[in-house]
Structure formats: structure tokens, C-alpha cells
Design a protein around this ligand. Structure first.
Ligand SMILES: Cc1cc2nc3c(=O)[nH]c(=O)nc-3n(C[C@H](O)[C@H](O)[C@H](O)COP(=O)(O)OP(=O)(O)OC[C@H]3O[C@@H](n4cnc5c(N)ncnc54)[C@H](O)[C@@H]3O)c2cc1C
Length: 338
């Protein structure tokens, strides 16, 4: 590896899976310039994979930043150990102010390992930058989303894992007209501890959730599968509507796993997201941040979902949803419902 000084001071680390950008990497790229801007720095992308120049050029172009490929045959699938060692060498070389990963299990592993290597603080699941006394502090949800913690650190570099949708989806106004700039570095060494065998791709042939304008989603507050009909009836009030679910409701078998929304489920962006009996764990919120309006129905006024919701209905869903449907049916009879 050459000892060339990097111009940029924030490293934005993405991953590829069998030659494709992972979902979190695409999102992180969209946020890269705003992220680096918080540090008054320029972003440099770092992409791990094998034979990924076309995809790196695409990431460089869309994110408006130069990209360094860390290439290794064992990085065809994400490999946190090799990633931490390659990014660690770059961090020593570039002295970045921050190294940012997308927030997922693999990246958390790489981030923690990197932080240990370069003796940096590691702050996971960052969901906002807040300004306090002219300084940026980082915010993250803890205790399953029940508390928000703010973290400030003067130590650099800091290693962050960043939740999706931290900044608005609109392209940042200062995105320069950027021709892709890609440089490849070959990683050496072999990792015998972590050998992915392949990818089990389960494509969703049903894109109803991604296309839906309205999503009525149910969580463990549903209390049982017998109440799933209430959620379906509520969805039936709208055109282009679909039913979604939290992992809590899916794990209990009340709704199919294919409807799970969140970090390990599907990412949605409807005009209206009606969350019924969902607490608002960070992993669920990760999948709904792009929703235009969020309405939460929850018996607990302090539920974390209410921090994100535009409207909070503090009520038992088995009371609220039938009343909502009844009012709709009455309006429909009068010809008032659309
Ligand atoms: C690595 C990892 C990945 C994960 N990925 C996901 C993911 O992709 N998606 C996801 O959803 N979760 C995910 N989770 C799980 C997540 O942490 C939460 O456990 C889960 O979202 C909780 O589901 P819930 O909100 O339905 O249940 P709970 O947290 O149990 O919340 C139930 C809510 O219902 C309310 N309630 C109770 N009764 C009523 C009633 N009668 N009427 C109205 N409200 C009522 C309660 O006040 C409570 O707020 C993941 C977790 C991990 C560790």
C-alpha cells in the first residue's frame, strides 16, 4: 500500500454482496456528503468486494465522492475481519475525523473490530446529529428505543454505524458534478475464521409493500392473530394500501414474515404509515423513516414510536380500529368517502 496522503477526512465504508451494493451502502452513499459536512470534511468512499469496479464507479458518481476499492477474493461476500483490517490501514494513512459504516450486524462487527485496532471510540446506531452549544452531538436510541442518548466525543477518529435515512432523501444541494473516481487496493492475507458460503436470495415477487401509498402495520399490541382482520379491514379503506408487520408480530406467527418491515425486513416509503401496537424499536424505525406521515396507535403514550409519529393515538387498537372502520363505512354510505 502506498503512503499517499488522502485529501478527505471522513471515510464512508460500504460493502458489496456478490458484486452488488448492499441496501445500507446505497443509503449511506446518499448521505455521505451531508455526513462529512457535519465534520466540515470531504467524504471518501471505501468499498469492499471482489471485481467490483463498475459498481464502485456507480457509487462514486451517485454519492459524489472518490471511492477506494478494497479488493479481496474473500470479500465477494461481506467479511468484517478483512474489512476492519483494510479500513484500519487506510485510517492510519489518512487520519480521518470519522469512519462511518451503515448500521447492520456485519458492519457493527467490522466497526467494533476497527475501533479496537485504531483505539477509537465506537458509537453504533447513530440516528441524528443534534446541535448543542454550537457543537454537533450524536443521538442514538437505547433500551429498545425507550430512551434517546446523546453522545459527544472529542476523540478522533470516531467510528460510527449510521442508521438509514439520517438525512432527507433529496439530493444534497452541494452535490458537485462529479465524474466517478475509483482507485483499487488489493487486500492481502486470508481469513480462516469467517468464510461465507453464499447468499440465499429470496426475491420478493410481491412488491405491494414497496409500492403502497398507505401501509397499516401491526405489532405485538395486536395480542393475537384473531385481530389481524382489524388491520386488514383498516387497510381496505384506502386505495393502493397494504398490510405490514413488526418482527414481533411475525415471530409470533400472527402475520407472515414476508410482511416484516425494518432493518431485517423491508424498507417502505408510503404517504401514510399507520403503526398499530408497535413500540418503535430502532430496528423497526429503520424501515419506515422515509414515510411521509406516520400515525401511531398505542396504549402507551410514552412508546418510542410516538417520537417519530406525526400523530399519536393513545388507545387500544381493538377499540380504535373498529371505530375508524365504522366511521369510514358511514361516510361511504353517504358518498363522502374517497
Ligand atoms: C438484529 C435485530 C434485527 C431486528 N430487525 C427487526 C425488523 O426488521 N423489524 C422489526 O419490527 N423488528 C426488528 N427487530 C426486533 C425489534 O428490536 C423489536 O423487538 C420489535 O420491533 C418489537 O415488535 P413490536 O413493536 O411489535 O413489539 P413490542 O416491542 O412488544 O411492542 C408492542 C407495543 O404495543 C403496544 N400495545 C400493547 N397492547 C396494545 C393495544 N391493545 N393497543 C395498542 N397498542 C398496544 C405496547 O404499548 C407496545 O408499545 C430486530 C431486532 C434485532 C436484535
Amino acid at each position: 500500500m502506498t503512503q499517499k496522503k488522502c485529501l478527505a477526512t471522513v471515510l464512508v465504508v460500504g460493502e458489496t454482496i456478490d458484486g452488488r451494493l448492499s441496501a445500507g451502502t446505497g443509503d449511506l452513499g446518499r448521505q455521505a456528503r451531508q455526513l462529512a459536512g457535519r465534520f466540515k470534511a470531504e467524504p471518501v468512499g471505501v468499498l469492499t468486494g471482489h471485481d467490483i469496479e463498475p459498481v464502485a464507479r456507480f457509487w462514486s458518481k451517485t454519492a459524489g465522492m472518490p471511492v477506494i476499492i478494497l479488493d479481496h477474493v474473500q470479500c465477494r461476500y461481506p467479511n468484517p475481519h478483512l474489512s476492519a483490517s483494510g479500513v484500519g490501514a487506510l485510517a492510519v494513512e489518512c487520519s480521518p475525523l470519522a469512519v462511518c459504516f451503515p448500521h447492520n450486524l456485519r458492519a457493527c462487527q467490522a466497526a467494533a473490530s476497527l475501533a479496537w485496532r485504531i483505539k477509537a471510540p465506537c458509537i453504533t446506531a447513530v440516528d441524528a446529529f443534534l446541535e448543542e452549544n454550537g457543537q454537533w452531538v450524536l443521538s442514538r436510541a437505547v433500551f429498545g428505543g425507550k430512551l434517546n442518548e446523546t453522545v459527544s466525543t472529542v476523540n478522533t477518529p470516531m467510528v460510527l454505524t449510521v442508521m438509514p435515512g439520517l438525512f432527507s432523501r433529496s439530493p444534497s444541494p452541494d452535490l458537485p458534478d462529479h465524474s466517478p473516481s475509483v482507485q483499487t487496493r488489493l487486500l492481502t492475507g486470508t481469513d480462516h475464521r469467517f468464510i461465507p458460503q453464499g447468499v440465499d436470495r429470496r426475491e420478493h415477487t410481491d412488491q405491494a409493500l414497496e409500492r403502497a401509498q398507505v401501509i397499516v402495520a401491526a405489532g405485538r399490541g395486536l395480542k393475537g392473530p384473531e385481530h389481524a382482520s382489524l388491520v386488514k379491514a383498516a387497510a381496505g379503506m384506502f386505495k393502493h394500501a397494504a398490510v405490514g408487520a413488526s418482527r414481533g408480530a411475525c415471530d409470533l406467527g400472527w402475520l407472515p414474515h414476508s410482511l416484516q418491515i425494518g432493518e431485517t425486513g423491508r424498507t417502505v416509503s408510503p404517504a401514510l404509515y399507520l403503526a398499530c401496537g408497535i413500540s418503535g424499536a430502532p430496528q423497526h424505525l429503520a424501515g419506515i423513516r422515509e414515510s411521509r406521515t406516520v400515525v401511531a396507535v398505542n396504549t402507551d403514550p410514552k412508546a418510542a414510536i410516538n417520537n417519530l409519529a406525526h400523530y399519536a393515538v393513545t388507545e387500544d387498537l381493538t377499540v380504535f380500529l373498529p371505530v375508524l372502520r365504522e366511521r369510514y363505512d358511514q361516510m361511504k354510505e353517504k358518498g363522502d368517502a374517497v
